[in-house]
Design a protein around this ligand. Sequence first.
Ligand SMILES: Cc1cc2nc3c(=O)[nH]c(=O)nc-3n(C[C@H](O)[C@H](O)[C@H](O)COP(=O)(O)OP(=O)(O)OC[C@H]3O[C@@H](n4cnc5c(N)ncnc54)[C@H](O)[C@@H]3O)c2cc1C
Length: 420
Amino acid sequence: MVAAQLARKGVESILIEGGCRVGRGIAYSTAEPAHVLNVCAESMSAWVDDPEHFARWFETQGGEASDFAQRRLFGRYLDAVLGEARATGKVRLVEQKAVAAAPNGEAWTVELADGETIEASAVVLANGNQPPDPLPMSNFARFIGNPWSAEAHDAIADAAATDADVLIIGTGLTMIDTVLSLDAAGHRGRIVALSRRGLVPHAHADHLPAPVELDEVPLGNARLLLRWLRERGARVGWRAAIDALRPHSHAVWQGLPLEEQRRFMRHARPWWDVRRHRIAPEVSQRLHDLIAEGRLEIVVGRLAEVREDGDTLDVRISRRGGDRETRLSVAYAFNSTGPLHAMGRTRDPMLRQMLDDKLIRPDALGIGLEVDERSRVAGSERAWAMGPLTKGRYWEIIAVPDISGQAAAVADDIAMELGR
Ligand SMILES: Cc1cc2nc3c(=O)[nH]c(=O)nc-3n(C[C@H](O)[C@H](O)[C@H](O)COP(=O)(O)OP(=O)(O)OC[C@H]3O[C@@H](n4cnc5c(N)ncnc54)[C@H](O)[C@@H]3O)c2cc1C
């Protein structure tokens, strides 16, 4: 989106993609039709100044603005946006992993995995979500550490072919993707999804909007904010109460002192995530059907032990609220605990090197990079960060409606900085 915005301004850019997912990233490179957007088409425009851009494109494909489009279709839309930008001759594509970056006088030099280097006047870090933290049993062959990898894809196909039981660690959006992929592949074994609270994302449902002004929202205290949200939710419905905060989410987040942000992450994040990042009603219905058929079980507890025994993993789960234990024998376990939430532990070679060389630094919460109000990274000149890398500053900056606005602002800032 930044490259497309820059092309419109006549600023040339080089897009470096090392994961064979040009323009689509992890979310929209899925080939699975069952993976649908969790935001309806009318809110998914790549262009903040043309909010119906995706909805119009989607209608040409037979969809409706209020539908939840397949993510692979949204990927095709992003291809079209990028294709248009490339047609201007202002965007060059380099399909290589970036492994290092350093300032070089007024410019930046980015080193690629094949040893080539690229010079640019400015750099935008848009590495996206980082794979989850490895779990202690990550070295087992049948433990799938990265749910978005080719290895995960192969494991799903194999589990479906044998109808083997599987364990999914995590019960959020990544778990849902894995369940839907197994289901679509024809898997008929048992799926156990485990998390400490057992919270699963709620479904979207029609509701009347109940907008609020920022000055009605209590700022500065996480507990008061949540109490206010609950009370308001009881009056106008929790969906309306949560959605009313969307236009103010950055101001509300930045209004919380650091200790309050920490408190929110510690106590309210799971509650918030399953309500704020809701799923399409048809996806929710499918999960309920799978639970009713006994094919999916959501277990509240923690992983006590995993042992490898030939072609299976023997798993011991401690259930919450008692001394009950569950033992399972599964063909695969998937780490679906969600993206890495600790920037200091990134395994991306370029981010690692930039952190080590103090060209970038983690934000005060340690969940992203420290950036200023224009998304410029602290510690370097002419360097910006985007999307999930900036969640410490903005919190709600992972979905397209938020990122599209940030992309436009960053492109404006780059053009201004470069005097274009
Ligand atoms: C599974 C999933 C489903 C989602 N569904 C929705 C949804 O329905 N609606 C919504 O609004 N949001 C959704 N999101 C959130 C959101 O759209 C993404 O988080 C968003 O795409 C982030 O954009 P990004 O460009 O910052 O990162 P990404 O889209 O992740 O792209 C980053 C790209 O950078 C590449 N890369 C990383 N490091 C390097 C490197 N060192 N060198 C070269 N290339 C590198 C990666 O291969 C990747 O292609 C979803 C996210 C996920 C993970």
